[in-house]
Ligand binder design. Structure first.
Ligand SMILES: *Cc1c(COP(=O)(O)O)cnc(C)c1O
Length: 392
């Protein structure tokens, strides 16, 4: 307030001496926006290392808001280090850029989240990396596919459309015997229904867009590790790619973390109720829910998982045409048509799996359900009503 009187109006608007009192305490983490981070002198600026997260250097590398979110995500996943990325897909890209270079080979499950596959194809087409696709149920047999230049094996548990549950511990043992890293897209389990690091996974990727945000309003991803050397490579790639996230978005995820398990368990309970009911329906030939016996890899789910979440798929009986199952999807009223999942609203998407997979032995149209937080009995009634349109 003192010197500003002598300065021009703009300067006075920009430079204020007011500092809010110390000691404010509340539950929410503050939303610290910044591109520029201030140093008290040149020496402090020179000695600060952006890779050392005990201090701040530039907004791209984080503020207290993003550091807090990273720390909390690492805790949930029982990892040590976490980096945020602007989307789940960006987090997948971060892993590929950190651990692959031209001449390397990456193995990707045939049922992987499709943009991960598209990224693999792009790396193969334009960056001199070989990307090969394997049967998600291969287990220890992955060993035979590992070449001298194989550097990374992607896994997804389960595949988020066709729902096969892979044997991650067996894949990790085979990979590590040949010095290959294993990355897991652990989005379906929200970070706690599958304890990835305990089973040997090296790098965990999460689409925070789903359960962690929980509001269908944020795009964000995370990569979590336990190993400092792996984290350093990820940090370097993160820096080179310039993967900053907005602090308002980071705050939205932080705001919803305390209810993550309550929401996940509610999705899980409702989804099992709806999935069980669907097994009784003659229109449905298979319910691809990992907790049900028709799902490939069900025994592995039982052995390794602590929960199931809200996402599963069904195969319609082969007698129904795509036009009929499309009519079913459009006849639903509580289930909306849209990608993504993990929010409060139920969603439904029909897929053309033959266009996505090398091997797909099944007849019948696949439809994926995301069970939201509505009353499960209402969701069942909605599906029952829509199934009636198949016969109309
Ligand atoms: C949604 C999703 C992603 C990508 O997340 P975005 O934030 O939408 O880019 C990756 N993997 C799985 C399994 C997903 O469901």
């Amino acid at each position: 307030m003192t010197s500003s009187k002598k300065q021009g109006g703009n300067t006075a608007l920009i430079h204020s001496d007011y500092v809010a009192p110390e000691g404010f305490a509340a539950f929410p983490v503050g939303i610290h926006h910044a591109s520029t981070v201030l140093f008290k002198n040149v020496a402090a600026m020179r000695e600060r290392n952006w890779q050392n997260k005990s201090a701040y250097t530039y907004g791209l590398h984080g503020t207290p808001t993003s550091f807090t979110l990273e720390a909390r995500l690492a805790e949930i996943e029982q990892g040590e280090y976490c980096l945020l990325a602007p989307s789940g897909l960006a987090a997948i890209t971060l892993v590929d850029m950190a651990f692959l270079q031209s001449g390397d080979d990456v193995l990707i499950p045939d049922n992987v989240y499709n943009p991960n596959r598209e990224l693999g194809n792009w790396l193969a087409r334009s960056f001199g990396i070989s990307a090969r696709y394997y049967d998600p149920l291969i287990g220890a047999g992955i060993s035979e596919l590992i070449l001298n230049n194989t550097k990374l094996i992607w896994t997804e548990a389960p595949g988020s459309v066709t729902m096969e549950v892979p044997d991650i511990p067996a894949i990790c043992v085979a990979a590590h015997a040949k010095g290959v890293l294993v990355a897991l897209d652990n989005t379906w389990s929200a970070g706690f229904a599958f304890p990835a690091f305990e089973y040997g996974v090296d790098i965990v990727m999460q689409a925070l867009t789903k359960y962690q945000s929980g509001g269908s309003d944020v795009l964000m991803g995370a990569v979590i590790t336990r190993d400092q050397a792996l984290n350093s490579r990820l940090q370097a790639a993160h820096m080179h790619l310039g993967f900053g996230v907005g602090m308002d978005d980071a705050y939205l995820v932080l705001r919803n973390l305390p209810t993550l398990k309550l929401r996940f368990d509610a999705h899980d309970a409702s989804a099992r109720q709806v999935a069980n009911w669907l097994t009784t329906r003659p229109e449905i030939s298979k319910v691809l829910h990992p907790a049900l016996p028709d799902c490939p890899g069900h025994a592995i789910w039982k052995r390794d998982f602590k929960g199931a979440g809200g996402l599963f798929s069904v195969l319609f009986d082969a007698r129904y045409t795509e036009a009929q199952t499309d009519r079913f999807v459009e006849a639903l009223t509580l289930f909306k048509i849209g990608f993504s999942w993990g929010g409060a609203h139920s969603l439904c998407v029909p897929y053309r799996i033959q266009h996505m997979r090398r091997h797909w032995p099944h007849q019948g149209i696949l439809v994926r359900f995301n069970i939201g937080l509505e009353d499960p009995q209402d969701l069942i009634s909605d599906i029952e009503h829509a199934l009636a349109t198949l016969h109309a």
